[in-house]
Design a protein around this ligand. Structure first.
Ligand code: AMP
Length: 282
């Protein structure tokens, strides 16, 4: 049976109400579409743990700044619907920007401190846009559980803080990063890479691994560990490093010494394509 997308908030609420009336636990996977194996892992996990699964496909204008790739972001609803159908998804919510933002948005969710480092400074307003749309989607779908990828680790930490600080009851389930065989994290943006740039893209993960290996070998100085990672990226004309940082896993603040669990995270631009990745240590 083909899966028909639901475009309106009123209709998706009707459908999710039916589930809750029957006492069915709803799992929710928010996405921007162009589904790949990373998204499939989230959907698969939701299917295992919940009675019903809803996926949203919405390229959220609020989380893109004017110079970013909102217009060119890959969109392929037909293919996404087939992927969702093959994974047994029950509901696909694919609203238009006008449905989600019928009037100028004046209320936002701002998460302080956790957004000060890593992607925050490079994407002003991004996490505000993410936190705001995720809260809207939670209020529309009202899931018992929601699934987020560790690939976007800062996003995961930010959403968890929204849940805690605003007393939401949805349970957040993190899912490990799914990678290509050469280590590159699966991402909708990988589709932008031509073969030459695609061949360079796994260097980001290798740089993070190099930093991790130094720490695993006993190095406590994050500056030296970071240098070990950056060395792998130096001399690559195509690669521009935005950041490679070692931060506390919970506060996302830079550490002076690596004596507790850390997130080793990086972002690069390869041509005009921005890629992010991270490793949790230990
Ligand atoms: P996006 O469509 O890029 O906004 O991603 C939707 C969800 O899929 C987010 O929770 C992402 O963290 C997650 N995700 C994206 N890529 C991956 C990946 N390679 N492995 C695991 N989760 C991912």
């Amino acid at each position: 049976m083909s899966l028909r997308p639901i475009h309106t908030i009123s209709r998706i609420r009707l459908e999710t109400d039916r589930f809750s009336e029957k006492g069915l636990r709803l799992g929710f996977v928010p996405t921007m579409g162009a589904l790949h194996r990373g998204h499939e892992a989230l959907i698969g996990r939701a299917g295992l743990e919940c009675d019903r699964v809803a996926v949203s496909i919405f390229v959220n204008p609020l989380q893109f700044s004017p110079e970013e790739d909102l217009r060119s972001y890959p969109r392929n609803l037909e293919n996404d619907l087939q992927v969702c159908a093959s994974l047994g998804v029950d509901l696909v919510f694919a609203p238009s920007p006008e449905e989600m933002y019928p009037a100028r948005q004046l209320a936002y969710v701002d998460v302080e401190s956790l957004t000060e480092h890593l992607c925050g400074p490079f994407r002003p307003g991004h996490f505000r846009g993410v936190a705001t749309v995720v809260l809207k989607l939670f209020n529309i779908i009202r899931p018992a559980r929601a699934y987020f990828g560790e690939k976007d680790y800062q996003q995961l930490v930010v959403i968890r803080k929204v849940i805690a600080d605003l007393n939401l009851t949805v349970e957040i389930v993190p899912v490990a990063t799914v990678r290509e065989s050469d280590g590159l994290a699966c991402s909708s943006r990988n589709a932008y890479l031509d073969p030459e740039r695609r061949s360079k893209a796994p260097l980001l993960h290798r740089a993070l691994e190099a930093a991790r290996d130094e720490i695993a070998a006993g190095l406590k100085n994050p500056v030296a560990a970071r240098e070990a990672g950056l060395k792998l990226l130096a001399g690559e004309a195509e690669i521009e490093v935005e950041y490679l940082q070692i931060v506390d896993i919970a506060t996302l603040q830079p550490v002076n010494r690596v004596t507790r669990p850390v997130l080793i995270a990086g972002a690069v631009r390869i041509g005009s394509t921005r890629l992010i990745d991270n490793i949790v240590y230990p």
